[in-house]
Write a protein that binds this ligand. Sequence first.
Ligand code: NAD
Length: 461
Amino acid sequence: MRYSPGDLSVRLPDIADGDALVAVSAADKAFSEWRRTSLDERIAHLRDAGQRIAAIKDELAHGITIETGKPITEATAEVGFVVAKIELAIADAKRYLAEFSEADNARPNVVRRRPRGVAAVIGPFNFPIHLAHGAIVAYLLAGNTVIFKPSPFAAGVCGSYGKAMAQAFPPGVFGVVQGGVAIGQALVSDPRVRSICFTGSVNAGRAIARACVDDVSKDVALELGGKNAAIVCGDADLDLAATAIVDAAIATTGQRCNSTSRVLVDSAVAADLIDRLRSALAQIAPGDPLETATRLGPLISAESADRFACAIALPGDWLTPGQRIESISTPIGTAATKRGHYVTPALLRLTADEAPSHPLFRDEVFAPLLTITSTTADAQAIALSNATPFGLTASVFTRDAVRFGAMADELNVGNVYHDLPTTLSPGTLPFGGHANSGNGHPGGRGFIRFATDEQVIQRRE
Ligand code: NAD
């Protein structure tokens, strides 16, 4: 049984598992026609889909909030990104699918991109529509057919999105198959599925890669976790840094791949930054995600809240202890209550010696939990930032642009920010990680290159 994470008295409808074989057969059948359509035709279908999604945007935002507990302002923004992505993806398709010739080749030639076939897109709960949608529209524009397996936590709202999308395409070109791990495995193991875009945890990403390992022609793009650091130099604007750190630690209740979860601060300004962080975190109380004033909603599940409770029970130098809260008052400030998976943010101080091997410094907790570590040199901050298995995002706060540039060169992450939060990932730029954070950069601009095969043609004359 499923319940709304922000209100455990609200039962969510059960959604039956789909049939992966039936979905793949339909997508495989549709591919032979869809691949022959022109880019202009595919763009027309995509724009139709965009209008259908825009027409139900409030329903989708409400669904995201009810099923995942994401605050309604964030859910509304997510649906806005989904609609905006259509034109960004069309611009990408025109740019990256354009044929070209190499003038310095001895013979006339054409380099072009062709669709792969059936693509499977497996999505996470935290941006249940937006992250999958970016890959879905790229695959479709490139002439692939697509099956979307959403997170079971957001099955209802993803089903509504899928219905609106599917109506804009010929039968079989786009479909949703519901289910969990078993359906995901059935999809990725099917030999007719030629390309996979997965967004989720490292362990699930590994399981998917393992399922595909014997078929070397299958493309597998993985967008995985992050353990993202904010590096605060001695010359930083501390107000700006503290605001960006707190925003990026609590957005989506810390359940973003690019959430800030570690702070590395020059010891000269550590005390001042800690004061600012503690007072900002103390202002943040969890609230009903359906209220527009709420910044911190619930965690996704009881398991997630238990994991957070275990983390904050670890002995250590807790500057802000964090709490699990069984119920909140709603509307904020009234006596009415809602039970849910609520928490308050936590801040743990770790020394530079203990940090690299500390689980809360290395592992993704996926909750509003920050560690803070004082450093004595930029090189030490960089080494600590790089001392995790992940490589997604990092921010550097400094008034010195040259210093920022030198540090960016050394940071082993896919996205580096100067005086900005680690969560900034506009759809207008590429996005993706290194190391255990994944490959293929599925998250942003340019993914359409991955959604295709290159074909090179040469003529005698
Ligand atoms: P999850 O890995 O538990 O599940 C993600 C999806 O994979 C779900 O649809 C799930 O049903 C499916 N799945 C799980 N195990 C599978 C398996 N063995 N085979 C096939 N499918 C399987 O992740 P989640 O809890 O939904 O999302 C949180 C995780 O996603 C975090 O680790 C977060 O960092 C990551 N994430 C990464 C990005 C990014 O852009 N790098 C973005 C969002 C989330």
